[in-house]
Design a protein around this ligand. Structure first.
Ligand code: HEC
Length: 297
């Protein structure tokens, strides 16, 4: 039989389950400079990747002190520094927030100066998951609220691992955080495949904008030439095929490459937008086909 004192002692040394107190009141924010910008509390905000001076100026004006990127892209450390903002890079994938990265998030929000702005590329999936974890570490959110927060952010329910990472999260003890040798790198190494995927994603953003402009250079981005974007996507996919990681899914990568090639051919030759549309759909489907099998679970 366990007496009361021993039980109290045991509870004291166990990591706090599922966050703690009520969430802090949520404040608003201007969504134009940083898409999907939102505060979880007065200490943690989330959103899309800041791009350009205006977005960093906006974050500084919000009172943010430290940025945490969980994306594979290289953070714009120089632009952030011009606005007095420090970057910490903790990249992870779509399948979960791994234990090591959870500890790094905890150490960052416990030991560096807040408020914190936590972002991925689009600000919908990985960034909100990391922000919900940070808020739980700081005691401002329970795991039920963390789940609601992901729903509010528009995190796709397909990313079950991200949802599980926030609902099953247990904050590490203070002792464990102190012992973690993580030294807050502004730019962390990213696997070669993830790095290439980030570059591919940028080309897809360009193609998406060109598509919306009827397969012409988008008016707000006249530098984007659709056929050139498709060629770059094709070359990135060809390069990826040479990476050792690609040995795992040669057929899926091959299909993506063929689709990019078809799109480039359609945009190169004046054979009409119908072919381009078909090839574009084929290409985006090839991304999802491989991700659902090899990235998101
Ligand atoms: C043959 C498989 C495959 C295909 C095809 C593929 N991907 Fe990926 N993608 C992956 C894998 C695996 C990862 C995870 C890599 C990692 O985290 O190391 C990934 C990661 C990503 C990431 C996340 C990078 C980050 O920030 O961590 C983005 C964005 C991405 N892919 C975009 C695309 C787009 C856009 C396409 C289609 C044009 C595409 N991918 C096609 C397998 C694929």
């Amino acid at each position: 039989m366990m007496n009361r004192r021993r039980l109290a002692l045991l509870l004291a040394i166990l990591p706090a389950a599922c966050g703690g107190s009520e969430p802090s009141p949520k404040a608003g924010g201007d969504a134009t400079a940083v898409p999907h910008f939102a505060w979880l509390s007065s200490r943690v905000a989330r959103g899309a990747q800041p791009e350009g001076e205006a977005s960093f100026a906006f974050l500084a004006a919000q009172g943010i002190r430290t940025l945490i990127s969980v994306d594979g892209a290289r953070p714009d450390v120089e632009a952030a520094a011009r606005h007095g903002l420090r970057y910490v890079h903790i990249p992870f994938g779509y399948d979960q927030v791994p234990a090591e990265e959870r500890r790094h998030i905890a150490k960052t929000v416990r030991e560096l100066e807040g408020p914190f702005f936590i972002h991925c590329h689009h600000g919908r999936h990985r960034g909100p998951a990391a922000a919900a974890i940070a808020e739980q570490v700081l005691g401002g959110m329970t795991c039920e609220e963390a789940k609601e927060e992901l729903v509010r952010a528009g995190t796709d329910p397909r990313y079950e691992g991200l949802y599980r990472s926030v609902t099953e999260f247990r904050a590490p003890g203070e002792e464990e955080t102190r012992a973690d040798p993580f030294d807050f790198p502004a730019v962390a190494p990213v696997p070669a495949l993830a790095e290439a995927m980030v570059a591919l994603d940028r080309r897809m953003d360009g193609l998406k904008a060109a598509r919306a402009a009827g397969w012409k250079p988008p008016p707000d981005h006249p530098d984007i030439a659709p056929a050139h974007e498709a060629l770059q996507a094709e070359e990135l996919l060809a390069e990826m095929a040479r990476l050792p990681e690609a040995a795992e899914f040669p057929a899926l990568l091959g299909e993506s490459l063929l689709a990019a090639r078809a799109l480039r051919a359609a945009l190169d030759a004046p054979i009409g937008p119908a072919e381009a549309e078909t090839a574009y759909r084929r290409l985006t489907q090839s991304c999802s086909a491989c991700h659902s099998e090899h990235r998101d679970r």
